[in-house]
Design a protein. Structure first.
Length: 135
């Protein structure tokens, strides 16, 4: 794989991660979308779950930053270790997220968030295996 292909895959992964972050912000805002997340047990999330969703959104945006950095979109050398090791941390974390979503009682998590997390894990693996410019 060349750098251009890696960067295209990285953009796809970053768009997916930011999309999930936006969904988490919708949950954090207190809308009645709770049935689509956190096991689907509540239409509206508790204050603690709303805070967790907001924190998840921040982590997902950071993950998008790491993916793009690994593909060479950010050039600061002092971040190269974060980009290199961070992408490798995202691969299993997103795979575990997929397993948790597939095990959920929520139809939405099983049908949408599970496959999406699995796809994001695979995209991160492709970016991690690519040539990158981070190291």
């Amino acid at each position: 794989m060349n750098v251009v292909m890696q960067q295209g895959v990285a953009i796809a992964a970053a768009v997916g991660l930011v999309s999930v972050a936006l969904f988490q912000l919708v949950l954090a805002s207190g809308t009645s979308a709770g049935k689509a997340a956190w096991g689907g047990s509540r239409a509206s999330l508790s204050p603690a779950m709303r805070i967790s969703s907001a924190m998840a959104a921040l982590l997902l945006v950071a993950a998008a930053f790491i993916v793009l950095g690994r593909a060479g979109y950010w050039t600061p050398h002092w971040w190269s270790g974060l980009f290199h090791w961070g992408i490798w941390a995202l691969v299993p974390l997103l795979a575990l997220s997929a397993l948790a979503n597939f095990a959920s009682k929520s139809r939405w998590e099983k049908a949408i968030l599970g496959p999406l997390a699995l796809l994001l894990s695979m995209l991160c693996l492709i970016v991690a295996l690519g040539p990158g410019r981070a190291m």
